[in-house]
Design a binder for this molecule. Structure first.
Ligand code: GLU
Length: 287
């Protein structure tokens, strides 16, 4: 089986224990399948970039001794590529400009296609991708079959914001394709983005990917461990201890404390997806 996996953090805050779980699971799954593992920094959303978090991500990759199989790429250097794909979608009449503001849309989470047939100029407007009335399903390796009809669950969705920012959906699909990614391992908070990405990928004729969405780590208060809940930044001086805790939280057999590289080698040898628990609850130390 050919396998190219990736870890694709956004520098919207420092990496936390939940990010480490994703890094470890995507790394071990790739390496246990004799695959490659790539790192991509998803920094298109400039206003949300958190000072120094890009540095923190890179120091963590180093300190935890992950070994990416090719140079780390940064999405902010690739904006021309996303624009080219938008142009391709425009030629195929799969996207359109939308002038609806957040205020106009109000609390309605399903976009009803108000601007679809208005033929607005693309300058200074949000760009939406047309969706169709069809059930799209995929089999997640951990979460089972997932289905959605984008027309009724979401509506035409944004690929480029009015402020010019390329959306995560567009950048992730294009880069997974260009980096020849075959397997996506990431947190279950991204599960409901997947059908959008499958839809966009199918319109562009990109190959299908395999998906595995990890259960989210919860803190003692039952909240998802996230940057919004101020999860603690990973302490690069405690790499072996944190790595050991991450491997255990993923339900894997214990590895002895050692240099991170050696611990990861051992975790790869023992890697067993079947052992990943349905829920991950952490004690106070790792919140
Ligand atoms: N950049 C996304 C995040 O940090 C993850 C993207 C992905 O794995 O598809 O939440």
């Amino acid at each position: 089986m050919s396998y190219i996996g990736r870890f694709a953090p956004s520098p919207t805050g420092p990496l936390h224990f939940g990010s480490l779980l994703t890094a470890v699971a995507s790394y071990c799954d790739a390496k246990a399948n004799h695959g490659k593992w790539l790192v991509r920094i998803e920094d298109t959303d400039i206003p949300r970039i958190y000072p120094n978090s890009e540095m923190h991500i890179l120091s963590c990759i180093d300190a935890f001794q992950f070994e990416p199989d090719s140079e780390i790429i940064f999405q902010k250097d690739r904006l021309d590529i996303y624009e080219q794909v938008l142009e391709q979608l425009k030629q195929a009449q799969l996207i359109y400009a939308c002038q609806c503001t957040r205020k106009m849309l109000g609390s309605n989470h399903i976009y009803v296609g108000t601007c679809r047939d208005l033929n607005l100029d693309f300058e200074q407007q949000a760009i939406r991708l047309k969706v169709s009335d069809q059930q799209i399903c995929f089999d997640d390796r951990l979460q089972g079959q997932q289905c959605s009809n984008l027309k009724y669950d979401l509506g035409d969705f944004v690929l480029k914001r009015r402020d010019g920012i390329i959306s995560y959906q567009l950048a992730v699909v294009v880069d997974d394709y260009l980096q020849k990614i075959t397997h996506v391992v990431r947190g279950a908070d991204l599960l409901d983005n997947t059908v959008r990405q499958i839809w966009l990928g199918s319109l562009l004729d990109y190959p299908k990917l395999s998906y595995m969405h990890l259960p989210l780590a919860m803190n003692g208060q039952g909240q998802k461990l996230s940057k919004q809940n101020l999860a603690q930044a990973l302490d690069i001086n405690k790499a072996p201890e944190l790595l050991s805790a991450a491997i255990l939280a993923l339900g894997q057999s214990m590895v002895e404390l050692d240099q991170p590289r050696i611990m990861l080698q051992q975790a790869i040898q023992q890697w067993d997806v079947e052992r990943i628990p349905k829920g991950i609850y952490l004690n106070d130390i790792y919140q």
